[in-house]
Write a protein that binds this ligand. Structure first.
Ligand code: NAD
Length: 497
């Protein structure tokens, strides 16, 4: 049984026997494929030191050389993405096509970061005062820590590191311990692309490693994605150590369906967005808010589609894979029990049925609840599994109020053919990413990804202009080239003119 290595200063670094590890398990088979080391503070500091030492030279590497490495990384990633998809499916469980999808969304950010020379251009003002010119630059912040969740082991790190690296920073990535191998694969790809040693490091671990990243004074910024309680903790801890932090948290995404929506299109969208990746997406739709008398028809169309999904090992051409672990599967099944107990109508019971897999332990079939009310735990909590709830409301206003009162504000969508209603929704909804007849409105790489309320701590979203801003600091230079005509003493306060 192999123990995965950390990746520090361009080299695989293995732990000695007896170091703390956790199992890496294929959730579709139940087979333990390896072990992941859980770094202590010292090992994490070694990765930080490598990133810190590599920073001065990388910061001063020309933009054309830096972006040449980004272009090379993009080409390698595109050519070999099937390898990475297989790693993701073997550890996270999502079906291969979905793993390829997450890689292509990550690749978009690499492509965006290839344009860094344009993105870093500052402003210039000539003659701001007599013979005085002013210009602004944006400079890299230094060592950037990235702490990522299990559900997108390639895409979420790629929301950050292409932008950080292209802007001249060096990186320590702490991936999820549940599916850690994608990070090592990407580290080796960087090396092949020509990235200097120490610019991209991977340290595997849990709380001890993360806490070291949050407090070490050599770390300048922290980009975190994960559950809301940890996001809040990361934000509070790292900011108290003077770091800039973007900490993206959990979600409960609603799809508001107005009576004029096309119900077949809407039912397809609800099923795709509710059960894709077994509901383990931060932009998954988990609540369908059905207005007025379309609810019966909509629920029956969603139920029919839900029952037709093939669930099993993601390498076997199925629609939906397992949950990430048996423990998580059992937690999600517990929510189904709780929904029944609370009086919701269980339309499709995912605790029943078969799976096309060697081990059924981490699997659930898609589950549909109707007549869910906001006080139930299946509505209140982020379940992060294939459980879709339908809440019935009387009007657009009641649906909007429900969404705005929810503590999360990551994504939402409205389904309607009424442009005026959609426009009102865009304007009034208190959520960071909004779809109009688009159920999973993940912004393109050149816009920024991020939610509101308990879905994001800090004020900076990922990638796009906000990502560039996060990974750089502004500097304004005011200058005057001495000229013999300016000789003479003058103690007055400098004024314009
Ligand atoms: P998680 O919060 O359990 O773990 C995320 C990261 O934090 C991991 O690297 C983990 O090792 C680390 N961690 C866990 N406990 C810690 C602790 N006590 N102290 C310090 N670090 C700790 O999240 P997860 O289960 O891996 O991922 C699922 C969650 O991520 C869901 O809530 C989902 O909504 C959220 N998510 C959000 C977004 C978004 O964009 N808002 C995107 C993807 C996932």
């Amino acid at each position: 049984m192999e123990t995965l290595a950390h990746w520090i200063n361009g080299t695989a670094v293995t732990e000695d026997d007896g170091a703390r590890t956790a199992d890496i398990v294929n959730p579709a088979t139940g087979v333990v494929s390896g072990r992941v080391p859980l770094a202590d503070a010292e090992r994490t500091q070694q990765a930080i030191a490598a990133a810190s030492d590599a920073f001065p030279a990388w910061r001063d590497t020309s933009l054309s050389k830096r972006t040449a490495v980004l272009f090379a990384f993009r080409e390698l990633l595109n050519a070999r993405k099937e390898e990475l998809a297989e790693i993701i499916t073997a550890e996270q469980g999502k079906v291969l096509a979905d793993a390829l999808g997450e890689i292509s969304r990550g690749q978009e950010v690499v492509e965006f970061a290839c344009g860094m020379p344009h993105l870093l251009k500052g402003g210039h003002t000539e003659n701001a005062s007599a013979a005085v010119d002013v210009h602004s630059v944006r400079q890299p912040v230094g060592v950037s820590a990235i702490v990522s969740p299990f559900n997108f082991p390639a895409m979420v790190p790629m929301w950050f590191f292409p932008v950080a690296i292209a802007a001249g920073n060096t990186v320590v990535l702490k991936p999820s311990e549940k599916d850690p191998s994608a990070a090592n694969w990407m580290a080796e790809l960087w090396k092949e692309a020509g990235l200097p040693d120490g610019v991209f490091n991977v340290v595997h671990g849990g709380k001890e490693s993360v806490d070291t990243l949050l407090s070490d004074e050599r770390v300048a910024s922290v980009s975190f994605v994960g559950s809301t309680p940890i996001a809040k903790y990361v934000y509070e801890t790292a900011t108290s150590h003077g770091k800039r932090v973007q900490a993206l948290g959990g979600a409960k995404n609603h799809m508001l369906v107005l009576p004029d929506a096309d119900l077949d299109i809407t039912a397809d969208a609800a099923v795709n967005a509710g059960y894709g990746a077994a509901g383990e997406r931060c932009m998954a739709i988990s609540v369908v808010v059905a207005v007025e008398d379309i609810a019966d028809e909509l629920v029956s169309k969603i139920a029919e589609r839900t029952r037709s999904l093939k669930v099993g090992d993601g390498t076997r051409g199925t629609d939906m894979g397992p949950l990430v672990t048996v423990e998580h599967r059992n937690k999600v099944a517990g929510y189904i029990d709780a929904g029944v107990e609370a009086g919701a109508t269980l339309v499709v019971d995912g605790r029943e049925g078969d799976f096309d897999a060697d081990s059924a332990d981490a699997f659930l079939n898609p589950t549909l609840f109707d007549n869910v009310s906001p006080d139930m735990s299946i509505y209140q909590d982020e379940i992060f599994g294939p459980v879709l709830s339908v809440v019935r409301v009387k009007s657009y206003d009641e649906g909007l109020a429900l969404i705005n009162e929810n503590k999360y504000g990551n994504g939402t969508a409205i389904f309607t053919n009424n442009g005026g209603a959609a426009r009102r929704f865009e304007n009034e909804v208190q959520v960071g990413m909004v779809g109009v007849n688009v159920p999973i409105p993940v912004p393109m790489a050149y816009y920024s990804f991020g939610g509101w309320k308990s879905s994001l701590f800090g004020d900076t979203h990922a990638h796009g202009a906000e990502g560039v801003h996060f990974f750089t600091r502004g500097k304004v230079i005011t200058k005057r080239w001495q000229d013999p005509s300016q000789l003479g003493i003058n103690l007055g306060f400098p004024t314009n003119g």
